[in-house]
Design a binder for this molecule. Structure first.
Ligand SMILES: *Cc1c(COP(=O)(O)O)cnc(C)c1O
Length: 392
């Protein structure tokens, strides 16, 4: 008999009742150190006072009116994002995959309106992840995501990650855009070299196509800059943002230049919930904190500390771990043991991590994690690794 919850998830047998900062407490009172942060979503940890205040204050006034009317805090959040980034305009969604839908529509409409309806193709990289919608799975293209769901949305091709020649060769007169994550997330925490991102920008400029950056996982302070592409010193035409921007409240947004967004005129796109007052109240509170240069400097300092401690962890468990990689507080432990076993051993040691592809374990702690919590996290990972080493 099918369970009452559609059985698409492999859930760990853990149920949490409350959270505070980097900690989660189960219904039976056990405390877990959360360095997965709900898959890079709880950017400010659990129950951050400023976010609780923003949400409850808004909840007492107004929850939802729809985009039939002006939404003042949605306007304020758009103004702030435009102020802080390359973008001239923002559209709010409830998730990352909805951002992929709009990014694809926006790129195609841009060329359509410029008299190039043939330019519809989007080039992505193998092993990427852009969400589970029809556009998202067609973009990523892996059998694991697309198997059984055909016919797929046409107009997507994939080239091997890191192969700039293959990327250049894949561009044709029908190409509209390249879509890529500056730091591959689900695919195994693989940061793209800065020169690679700059080369993609140059390729797009030379070919007159659009660059779409998917910063759903790596954006909002995660890498130590407000957005990961800032490290490379170039900007996209369209950017997808979600996960951390809502700090745990479902919120995403597509940011774009005036030029790239020029096809998206009245009536061409919409969302009932997107950018509703509750989401935008929280989004504003998150952005106010994360965009502070002092906050980002702290993320960088703590990222250095965590990286250093993790290198030590890898060195002391060469039978369990192969290496550590990543950017800022978006870190991956490449495993020799099975990554799922490492995550499971972590549950025993009361630490929460997230598996990713390429046999990697993801560490995506709240950006507010303290030095003492970083030390505690590495200690617990050490215990988890020791338990696996002993069984090996
Ligand atoms: C999580 C993720 C998505 C999809 O976001 P959802 O909110 O799950 O739809 C898209 N792109 C990247 C890079 C992601 O990490």
């Amino acid at each position: 008999m099918i369970p009452s919850l559609l059985p698409t998830y492999a859930r760990a047998p853990l149920a949490f009742e409350s959270g505070e900062g980097s900690w989660l407490t189960t219904v039976d009172g056990r405390r877990y150190l959360d360095v997965g942060a709900g898959i890079a979503v709880n950017a400010l940890g659990h129950a951050h006072p400023a976010l609780v205040e923003a949400l409850t204050a808004q909840a007492g006034k107004l929850w939802h009116t729809s985009n039939l009317y002006e939404v003042p805090n949605q306007q304020a959040l758009a103004d702030k994002l435009v102020d802080l980034t390359f973008a001239d305009t923002a559209f709010f969604t409830n998730s990352g995959t909805e951002c992929c839908e709009l990014a694809v529509k926006m790129a195609r409409k841009y060329f359509h309106d410029r008299g190039h309806p043939e330019k519809v193709e989007i080039i992505a990289v193998e092993g990427s992840f852009h969400g589970r919608s029809s556009a998202g799975i067609a973009a990523a293209g892996s059998e694991k995501l697309t198997g059984g769901f055909g016919p797929l949305l046409p107009g997507f091709t994939q080239v091997p990650l890191g192969d700039l020649d293959a990327m250049a060769a894949a561009v044709t007169e029908n190409t509209a855009a390249i879509i890529i994550e500056p730091v591959i997330g689900e695919g195994g925490i693989i940061p793209l070299p800065e020169i690679h991102i700059r080369a993609l920008r140059e390729l797009c400029d030379a070919q007159g196509i659009l660059l779409i950056l998917d910063e759903v996982q790596c954006g909002v302070g995660r890498t130590g800059r407000l957005f990961a592409h800032e490290w490379a010193g170039v900007t996209p035409d369209i950017m997808m943002v979600a996960k951390g921007i809502g700090g745990g409240f479902p919120l995403g947004c597509v940011l774009a230049t005036e030029e790239a967004a020029s096809g998206m005129t009245g009536g061409t796109h919409g969302s009932t919930y997107g950018g509703n007052p509750l989401a935008c109240a929280v989004g504003l509170a998150v952005l106010n904190i994360v965009s502070d240069p002092g906050f980002l400097a702290e993320v960088n300092r703590k990222a250095g500390l965590m990286r250093q401690r993790l290198e030590g962890l890898v060195a002391s468990h060469p039978e369990v771990f192969a290496s550590v990689r990543g950017s800022g507080l978006m870190l991956g432990l490449v495993c020799k043991a099975t990554n799922l076993e490492v995550v499971k051993a972590g549950y025993e040691a009361e630490i929460l991590t997230v598996p990713a592809a390429e046999n990697t374990v993801r560490l995506l702690p709240p950006l507010t994690i303290s030095d003492a919590e970083i030390a505690e996290a590495v200690e617990r990972l050490d215990r988890a690794a020791a338990s696996l080493g002993a069984n090996a």
